[in-house]
Design a protein around this ligand. Structure first.
Ligand code: 5GP
Length: 173
């Protein structure tokens, strides 16, 4: 049995999401933003965030592969496995990510989106693991900074397990 331990409680997460949502609501009011979630880990965060923002917002998802099944180390190469279906040209784009680790995934996606000429392009991440950063990524809206441990729960998985946990937890690997 793999043990999980709570790092950030559900209540702390919800308070932080509400805080982020209040800021984003002011920023994106009247801009009809396009929120782009990175599959699969961001789906829980995104669902809570957009509902707390409470303003009209369009949502989209992209699939990017960085971790192999069962592995806890990024492969280093990023591939677009589910491309974007909505045009982003002239749109106010808000990328929503669960966790920024090496930064390789986000760097790839932000460069990809920038080439499509959005009106604005910002990043909102729930978690940041700066000790592992390999490439600089500006996080415009951040929830929590976390140490170099493997996070699960609140949408994040370990080999497809633990996504359903309500707290942000960690496993010892
Ligand atoms: P990066 O390209 O920044 O190294 O990795 C970003 C992606 O790696 C995240 O979207 C997430 O899918 C995965 N990842 C990085 N760190 C963790 C972690 O601690 N736990 C889980 N479950 N996934 C992680």
């Amino acid at each position: 049995m793999t043990e999980t331990k709570v790092l950030i409680s559900e209540q702390q997460v919800m308070e932080k999401v509400a805080e982020l949502a209040a800021t984003l609501k002011e920023e994106y009011r009247d801009k009809h933003p396009l929120a782009i979630g990175i599959l699969k880990g961001s789906f829980v965060f995104m669902a809570d965030l957009i509902r707390m923002m409470g303003i009209p917002i369009e949502i989209e998802f992209v699939g990017l592969s960085s971790y192999g099944k069962g592995a806890t180390e990024s492969a280093g190469k990023i591939k677009l496995v589910q491309p974007l279906k909505t045009p982003v040209k002239g749109r106010h784009v808000l990328v929503i990510e669960d966790i920024v680790d090496t930064g390789l995934t986000l760097r790839f996606l932000l460069d990809y989106l920038k080439r499509k000429k959005p009106a604005s392009l910002k990043l909102c991440a729930l978690l940041d693991k700066p000790s592992r950063r390999k490439i600089d990524v500006p996080i415009d809206y951040l929830g929590f900074t976390v140490p170099n441990i493997f996070i699960v729960g609140y949408g994040l998985d370990w080999d497809e397990r633990f996504r359903y946990l309500r707290d942000v937890c960690f496993v010892e690997v």
